[in-house]
Design a protein. Structure first.
Lengths: 95, 558
């Protein structure tokens, strides 16, 4: 089996308190390895951008399709490069 | 005009065309019940919220439209969970409306507070915690649209008590929303599927509950006959094609007929229609239809390639797909392939259980089918009786079998039968159940008695958790534990105590006449049938094994 590969998914989501429950719950339920979450509201306040850092052996198509089924997920995009450094907080000794 | 949150809910339910809801009131949803009492909606008082959930499911499964159930906060909501999860796994449209503690108390461990939103997120298609009464104007219509559109499923709307009481000034009621038009099949993919069928020598149609949800039975039958393709169905797919149709192979999988699984083993093209390659259907996946190309039509893109890699995929409504496909498929007889099917049927017949002795399952189900009104709806519970019904009751119409397939919920049958009888007042509903299952929602006999619905409960009473006992016999060296009821209640006395007529078939001088009468009689009846306690459902594929390795009676006793 292939080594786990770092990958980043970029999500556009509706900005309300429940959306994190749905997204995080999906990864836990389908046993996908979620290593980092970055999330912030967009200027209009109604939407948020979410970046998910994954370390997975399996292809991501299945989980992308599952994410797309969530009502509060507007779009899902896989980044060509993981750019892990975005998830490292200076001074926290991560990475 | 002015309306409070509760009045918005009841008005929108009315406008949605909801005539009946099932539920139980409690502290947090009292404002809703106050409005409900002043509405045109008929409320069915269940005796447990799980009963309310399955009554709503019974209405939904019998009609295809979303069923509605109500519960209060805390235990009201947790009691609904099983029925909601069950609707999720079988793709049943359901709208569950729960009361919640007042907004100011959320997060304080208030009396009857539970995180309904968090609990229902993994088992719903979508869920809401409503924060302002004005939100209900969009939430309610959207909930019905989500529940009924695409692949149907359950939606939960959790409403704090103060939001139900909050007054809103509004100008007009919002438009109602129903299912949105499903995606059209892609013409190139339809053409590719037609070519695949044309090029196949040994195709099989593998039909799931999606065909029933999309009301595609007629076009399925026309397609199958036009090109002479044998059809097998999953448990939720039973009724999509008539059991006595010459092309019907019956149910596949763990308790399917041996020839059905053999035919699939020889197929060179498997056309999966609204089916999801569930383990009970496929057995060991790597050996399922090993020689076949796989074409998969499903409205849910995440089902494609989930378990089995496909050669041809089509994300669309299955009915629309089959209608587009039909004229592109050439008429064909397929004498050789259908001849082979006949041969396999002869070589690997459904192994007959012994028919001597009273109330053997197979003759009992066959007798039931002979005596029952052809228009009847059969609701089952979960266990051996469910599999015997699936094997031997000749379902001919979609939505004539209501059964918990995915979650396998014991306790489903009685409340689902009540729901079906409410939705289809002119049809007889037969609830085939077991003694283990019936006890799990027994309290709904009180609801049934109160409603005086034409439901006949056929209790296949073997004093065991039969399907579990069977697994202990076959796979755990007959080391039985906790599967025999040391003491069983007298179900006839119990039924009579609830106000439901009880018929002890074991004591009837003419059991057939007594059964026939119970199926004709107005109002509810429970027929207690003492079936042999140690019968097995056969054949059977051991869990995790290939569908080629079916245990039959000889292997069982050999």
């Amino acid at each position: 089996m292939a080594e786990p590969r770092k990958q980043v998914l970029e999500l556009l989501v509706n900005n309300h308190p429940g959306v994190m429950v749905h997204v995080a719950g999906l990864f836990a339920r389908r046993a996908f390895n979620l290593e980092g979450i970055w999330c912030g509201p967009l200027a209009d306040g109604g939407r948020s951008r979410m970046l998910l850092l994954l370390a997975e052996r399996r292809p991501l198509e299945q989980v992308i399709r599952q994410l797309e089924k969530l009502q509060d997920v507007v779009s899902v995009k896989a980044w060509p490069d993981a750019r892990e450094e975005l998830f490292q907080v200076p001074g926290w000794g991560a990475g | 005009m002015k309306a409070n949150g509760a009045e918005i809910v009841t008005t929108l339910l009315e406008r949605q065309g909801i005539g009946v809801v099932a539920g139980i009131p409690g502290g947090a949803n009292l404002p809703l019940y106050d409005a409900l009492g002043r509405s045109r909606i008929r409320h069915v008082l269940a005796r447990h919220e799980q009963g309310a959930g399955f009554i709503a499911q019974g209405m939904a499964r019998a009609t295809g439209r979303a069923g509605v159930c109500l519960g209060t906060s805390g235990p009201g909501a947790t009691n609904l969970l099983t029925a909601i999860a069950d609707a999720r796994l079988d793709s049943i449209p359901l709208v569950a409306i729960t009361g919640q503690v007042p907004s100011a108390l959320i997060g304080t461990d208030a009396f009857q507070e539970v995180d309904t939103y968090g609990l229902t997120a993994p088992i719903t298609k979508h869920n809401y915690l409503v924060r302002r009464a004005s939100e209900l104007l969009s939430t309610l219509p959207e909930a019905f649209e989500i529940a009924e559109s695409g692949r149907p499923g359950p939606v939960v709307i959790d409403i704090p008590k103060d939001v139900l009481a909050q007054e809103v000034e509004l100008e007009a009621w919002p438009e109602m929303r129903r299912r949105t038009d499903p995606p059209e099949p892609h013409p190139a993919q339809v053409a590719a599927l037609a070519r695949a069928i044309d090029g196949a020598e040994r195709p099989v149609l593998y039909v799931g509950g999606g065909v029933i949800a999309s009301e595609a039975s007629d076009v399925l039958r026309r397609l199958a006959h036009r090109n002479s393709i044998p059809v097998t169905t999953t448990l939720p797919g039973l009724g999509a094609i008539a059991a006595d149709d010459v092309l019907s192979l019956g149910m596949l999988g763990m308790h399917g007929a041996r020839y059905t699984n053999r035919v699939l083993d020889e197929a060179d093209l498997l056309i999966a229609l609204g089916a999801r390659f569930d383990d009970r259907a496929t057995g060991k996946l790597s050996e399922f239809c090993e020689h076949a190309r796989i074409a998969h039509v499903d409205i849910d893109p995440s089902e494609i390639d989930k378990l089995k890699p496909t050669n041809l995929r089509l994300v669309a409504d299955v009915g629309a797909t089959l209608r587009a496909l039909l004229p592109q498929v050439a008429p064909r007889r397929r004498r050789r392939w259908n001849g082979r099917v006949v041969e396999l049927r002869r070589q690997y017949p459904m192994v007959d259980p012994p028919v001597e002795g009273r109330f053997q399952p197979r003759p009992l189900i066959e007798q039931l089918a002979r005596l029952a009104d052809p228009d009847c709806i059969v609701a089952t519970d979960v266990g051996q009786h469910q599999m015997w019904v699936a094997q031997y009751f000749p379902f001919r119409r979609p939505r004539s079998l209501l059964t918990s397939g995915g979650l396998g919920t014991m306790g489903f049958g009685l409340p689902a039968a009540i729901g079906a009888a409410l939705a289809k007042p002119h049809q007889r509903v037969i609830c085939v159940t077991g003694d283990g299952s019936l006890l799990m929602n027994l309290q709904e006999l009180a609801t049934l008695a109160e409603l005086e619905l034409p439901v006949t409960v056929i209790l296949m009473n073997n004093g065991h958790l039969g399907l579990v006992r069977q697994q202990q016999e076959l796979f755990y060296g007959a080391r039985y534990h906790a599967t025999r009821f040391e003491r069983s209640p007298d179900f006839v006395t119990i039924a009579e105590g609830f106000g439901v007529r009880g018929v002890p078939l074991g004591r009837a001088a003419h059991p057939e006449d007594a059964l026939a009468e119970a199926l004709r009689r107005a109002g509810p009846t429970l027929v207690d049938v003492p079936i042999p306690p140690l019968e097995n459902v056969l054949p059977m594929v051991p869990p995790g094994a290939s569908n080629r390795t079916m245990i039959d009676r000889e292997a069982c006793h050999g």
